[in-house]
Design a protein around this ligand. Structure first.
Ligand SMILES: Cc1cc2nc3c(=O)[nH]c(=O)nc-3n(C[C@H](O)[C@H](O)[C@H](O)COP(=O)(O)OP(=O)(O)OC[C@H]3O[C@@H](n4cnc5c(N)ncnc54)[C@H](O)[C@@H]3O)c2cc1C
Length: 399
């Protein structure tokens, strides 16, 4: 093992909302051990990230969650601090629904639109970035490594306790950690074998060597979580086209089941940009996404890291189908506006999720957070925040 291998008290895999919230929660509870955060993507946010462009500095598109709702009676503690730092603000846009006859109606209960509505200021990635700022403001070492795919988890027991070594796809050690937290399900799920062609499930392989019944239970529950996919069409409209979209009576349009069946779209959001432009994001229905699961957007971080070359003709076919559906549904012209595809293989976990009783496995020095933890906010940003706070409470007894 190279002597320069960084050592840390806690390695967190994933800088989505839950991974960043865990760092912030631990710091706010007074823990000052070292944290190493490893993330495949180019920046924080995960499924609540914002897409930027080097060529177009004013462009920002929320290509995952466009907003979030808080429904729990006791909201996440971090929410207030985020609001005070002006990282998030109330979402005041109008939400309406559209049925299969193209009739507009009031918002329907889709699980994402009731309770208090929030958005990241300047982009949804402000939420995760703001959580990291909150963590850093409290002190302690917090290293972040973006563009880094963790491929192998190697636990090793010794006289001094258990140590986790994390490795990349080439088998190079990235960090050695006293405790490990997985904030996404990829490393525990057979999806990683289907998507990346891996020969095993990293957490399953690690669990086999540790023989810890609690970790085995956590691993098998995580591995059995089904996820719904989403193919998102991202459009950037110039001012002459954007004005008609910005004048619509809604900023978020939910498609009822009959509309989803007709157009293959689930939800549309209009995201204003500087200079009178706007982005329009059309999220596909689960059925559309399931039928096009093999088609990646050419900007997929994981595909780029693994050297996968998305087929441009496949991508164009999916983009054409989504563009046609959006044109037909909205009656608006889209012309030759720049468009991109964002394909989320596991956008929304399906219940039951991971039993929170297995969220922290002290014998194996590993914990789990994220929207896949069963409980309030399951499958949503609220759940990502709450699960991180719950795990921080448990870790404070262990770290
Ligand atoms: C299209 C879409 C729309 C949505 N709309 C809403 C909404 O309106 N309201 C709402 O509340 N929620 C919404 N959600 C869900 C919401 O985005 C998630 O609940 C939330 O972002 C989950 O955060 P998380 O930290 O649990 O997981 P993630 O955001 O998935 O974070 C996990 C992170 O881990 C990283 N990672 C995983 N494996 C590895 C590895 N091996 N190595 C390195 N990094 C790794 C991933 O890249 C990712 O950044 C939406 C999601 C999608 C996709």
């Amino acid at each position: 093992m190279p002597s320069s291998l960084p050592r840390t008290d806690l390695a967190i895999v994933g800088a989505g909302v839950s991974g960043c919230a865990l760092a912030a929660s631990l710091r706010r509870r007074g823990w000052r051990g070292s944290i190493e955060l490893l993330e495949i993507g180019r920046g924080p946010g995960g499924r609540a990230a914002t897409r930027y462009s080097r060529q177009d500095p004013d462009l920002r598109i929320n290509h995952g969650a466009p907003l979030f709702n808080i429904r729990a009676q006791t909201p996440p503690e971090l929410l207030q601090a985020l609001e005070q730092r002006e990282v998030i603000s109330p979402f005041r846009g109008s939400i309406q629904s559209l049925d299969g006859q193209r009739s507009l109606g009031p918002a329907i209960d889709d699980g994402f639109s009731d309770g208090q509505l929030w958005q990241g200021r300047g982009g949804m990635d402000a939420l995760a970035a703001g959580l990291l700022e909150l963590a850093e403001a409290e002190g302690g070492v917090l290293s972040r490594r973006f563009g880094t795919l963790v491929r192998h988890l190697r636990p090793e027991r010794s006289k001094t306790g258990l140590r986790w070594t994390l490795e990349n796809s080439s088998g190079e050690a990235l960090v050695e950690a006293r405790w490990l937290v997985l904030s996404g399900t990829l490393l525990a799920h057979p999806r990683c074998q289907q998507v990346f062609g891996w020969d095993g499930i990293p957490l399953e392989q690690a669990a086999e060597s540790l023989a810890d019944p609690q970790l085995n239970a956590a691993q098998s529950q995580l591995a059995s979580i089904e996820g719904q996919a989403s193919c998102n069409l991202l459009l950037t409209l110039p001012p002459e086209q954007a004005s008609a979209w910005l004048a619509l009576p809604w900023q978020v349009l939910q498609c009822t089941p009959s509309a989803q069946e007709r157009w293959g779209l689930r939800r549309i959001s209009i995201q204003p940009l500087a200079g009178g432009r706007c982005a329009v994001v059309a999220e596909s229905s689960p059925a559309f996404a399931a039928a096009h699961l093999h088609v990646y957007g050419s900007r997929s971080s994981a595909a780029q890291l693994l050297g996968a070359k998305p087929d441009p003709s496949d991508e164009k076919r999916v983009l054409d189908a989504l563009t046609q559906a959006l044109t037909d549904l909205s009656g608006q012209t889209l012309g030759d506006a720049p468009r991109q595809l964002m394909r989320w293989g596991a956008a929304f976990p399906l219940a039951p999720g991971l039993d929170p009783g297995h969220g922290c496995c002290p014998e194996s020095a590993i914990g789990f957070c994220g929207d896949s933890l069963a409980g309030d906010g399951f499958g949503r940003i609220e759940g990502a925040l709450l699960s991180a706070e719950d795990l921080a409470t448990e870790l404070m007894k262990q770290l």
